[in-house]
Write a protein that binds this ligand. Structure first.
Ligand code: ARG
Length: 273
């Protein structure tokens, strides 16, 4: 197995205005206290981790009044020089879409507008040549056809069934060009069969790992950055030869997000230096 790390270009958004003011997934409790200063420190640690691994991190300015904007994965889907903008299911996040769209334009991407609800890389993950696309809670099934037209990659629809794992990136992690890790119980029986067929060597996560958002991880082919609490998954990944790096994003988890949610892959785009 080749375990070469590919240097990545990411987009992130500082959680300056992070809060849990509303509940649009089962993790969010607006009555529970949130420490925004701690959230910022934990996010800085994630950013530092990427820089130490040799990755590039671009930043988008946070907007006051948009507490979930830190979850940059939901800002778009980017492959090559094309960026598909997003349309959120929930009105609370609607104004993030034009902010991310403007960033893609300014960075020189060819921008496509979504015709249906589409929450970006939260639900759309590229593995080799295939785009895995989640639906069931957020991204509309109808948007999968548009993704295929825009990017010209075969799209594989995956049906999510557990409301705690409402975005695909909470239930499945791309480890490298050929392999994923996932929680089988988060998918419908048909989608589980598809995953078994496409990825016979996949790593199966346990519910204990998924419940700390362990699958909300970012791989570069060799390293996997994942929530520190996902110790079982980390051990399995190390057995497969990956190098794991645990990060603590306990505050952001109160909004239902982990490392991957904070990280949008820009791949080979024409983003500004
Ligand atoms: N509170 C946000 C929401 O429910 C969390 C988004 C997490 N992002 C992700 N890519 N899973 O929309």
């Amino acid at each position: 197995m080749t375990m070469d790390a590919t240097s990545q270009r990411f987009l992130m958004c500082r959680p300056t205005y992070f809060a849990v003011d509303y509940a649009i997934n089962p993790w969010m409790d607006p009555t529970a206290p949130v420490d925004t200063a701690l959230a910022i420190r934990q996010w800085e640690q994630l950013r530092r981790t990427y820089l130490d691994l040799g990755h590039t991190v671009e930043l988008i300015d946070p907007v006051a009044g948009l507490p979930d904007m830190v979850f940059a994965a939901n800002g778009g889907t980017v492959i090559g020089d094309r960026a598909m903008a997003v349309q959120f299911r929930d009105p609370q996040r609607a104004d993030e879409a034009p902010a991310y769209r403007a960033w893609f334009e300014a960075a020189g991407f060819e921008v496509y507008d979504p015709k249906h609800v589409n929450e970006g890389e939260g639900d759309v993950l590229l593995v080799g040549d295939h785009l895995l696309a989640g639906t069931g809670f957020r991204t509309a099934h109808a948007s999968h056809a548009q993704l295929q037209e825009v990017f010209g990659h075969p799209v594989v629809t995956l049906q999510l069934v557990d409301p705690r794992f409402y975005h695909l990136d909470t239930a499945l992690t791309v480890l490298d060009e050929r392999t994923v890790a996932y929680l089988p119980e988060a998918f419908s029986p048909g989608s589980r069969a598809v995953l078994r067929r496409l990825f016979p060597d996949a790593v199966h996560a346990t519910m204990a790992d998924a419940e700390v958002l362990g699958l909300n991880a970012v791989g570069d082919g060799r390293h996997v950055v994942l929530p520190a609490q996902a110790t079982g998954l980390a051990a399995k990944l190390r057995d497969r030869g990956y190098q794991t790096i645990g990060v603590d994003l306990s505050e952001l988890r109160k909004a239902g997000g982990g490392p991957k949610c904070c990280t949008l892959r820009l791949r080979q785009g024409k983003a500004s230096q």
